[in-house]
Design a protein around this ligand. Structure first.
Ligand code: SF4
Length: 291
């Protein structure tokens, strides 16, 4: 994530976000920051096979997925327990894209790798929308949006303007909303995400499903839901030992996560929707929990 050099606490200046945070039972710390850069080169990183840059308009993520790998990044400054309680708003992100327009031209951009670009704070700042507008102006070769959020539909016309250069990966990890609320407590419901996939597909936007990681579910039902609207899917395993911040969930669902059962669930899911293999896939997704 980009590092800010100027921080201004805004907890008393953006009541809308405070209301959202309160509604979600969260005590969010919101800061406006001036990022030093917004395009993070991927020459040596895990995205390097498919992308030149990642773009993260926000630091932190209020969706609070228990398995999120971002707090484990070497440059993360917060413990996993704190993840989901703070957001840094990189208010100068669009201006930085203008400044870096020569880098944008012809490049492949993953948007976003360490935050969800359409988490609820986007309603206040519209930073992802502003960044998309700048990208459109400066003509990247490829843009992959990755999100769990239906709020991206607010920018549907903008997404369409990119044509085939843009695809959207929608993260959907289970067919059960009770499981979603345990592992991804503040992220949009399964119904909203399915509707998002449906709408994007209907509107001609290239969309794939990211089942990463596969959470406790009925794999047949999840496959049935996905097969109606996507023809490509990426599945990854739960990497609980490294990243999971709620160990009691692993214990609670240990039968599902038991190696043999887990492998069978993945195979049942994979039998219904075309799996993106390693040649087709953007290497970003090898991380399993992008966005
Ligand atoms: S996995 Fe993605 S959506 Fe979930 S908390 Fe991490 S960055 Fe946010």
């Amino acid at each position: 994530m980009c590092v800010c050099d100027h921080q201004l606490s805004l907890s008393v200046k953006i009541p809308y976000i405070r209301v959202v945070g309160k509604a979600l039972g969260m005590n969010l710390q919101i800061k406006e920051v001036q990022a030093k850069s917004i395009l993070t080169p991927q020459a040596l990183g895990s995205l390097s096979r498919g992308y030149d840059y990642s773009l993260n308009p926000y630091g932190g993520c209020a969706f609070r997925c228990s398995y999120c790998y971002v707090p484990k990044f070497p440059n993360a400054h917060h413990s996993p327990q704190e993840w989901g309680t703070w957001i840094n708003v990189k208010v100068n992100a669009p201006a930085l894209l203008q400044k870096d327009r020569l880098k944008v031209f012809g490049s492949r951009i993953f948007f976003s790798s360490a935050t969800d670009p359409y988490q609820y704070i986007e309603l206040k700042y519209r930073l992802s929308r502003k960044c998309l507008l700048e990208l459109l102006r400066y003509q990247p070769a490829k843009v992959t949006m990755h999100t769990r959020s239906h709020l991206i539909l607010q920018d549907l016309e903008l997404l369409k303007a990119f044509g085939n250069r843009l695809q959207v990966g929608v993260s959907l990890t289970t067919n059960r909303d009770d499981i979603r609320s345990e592992f991804e407590p503040s992220a949009p419901s399964i119904g909203r995400r399915l509707n998002l996939i449906r709408t994007l597909s209907k509107e001609g936007i290239r969309v794939y499903a990211s089942v990463a990681p596969l959470l406790p579910c009925d794999p047949d039902e999840l496959a049935e839901l996905l097969a109606r609207h996507v023809d490509k899917m990426w599945i990854d395993r739960m990497r609980w030992a490294e990243v999971n911040t709620r160990p009691h969930l692993i214990e609670k669902y240990k039968v599902f996560f038991e190696e043999r059962n887990y492998r069978q669930a993945i195979e049942r899911l994979a039998s219904r929707v075309h799996l993106i293999n390693e040649d087709e896939i953007d290497s970003s997704m090898l991380l399993g929990t992008t966005s």
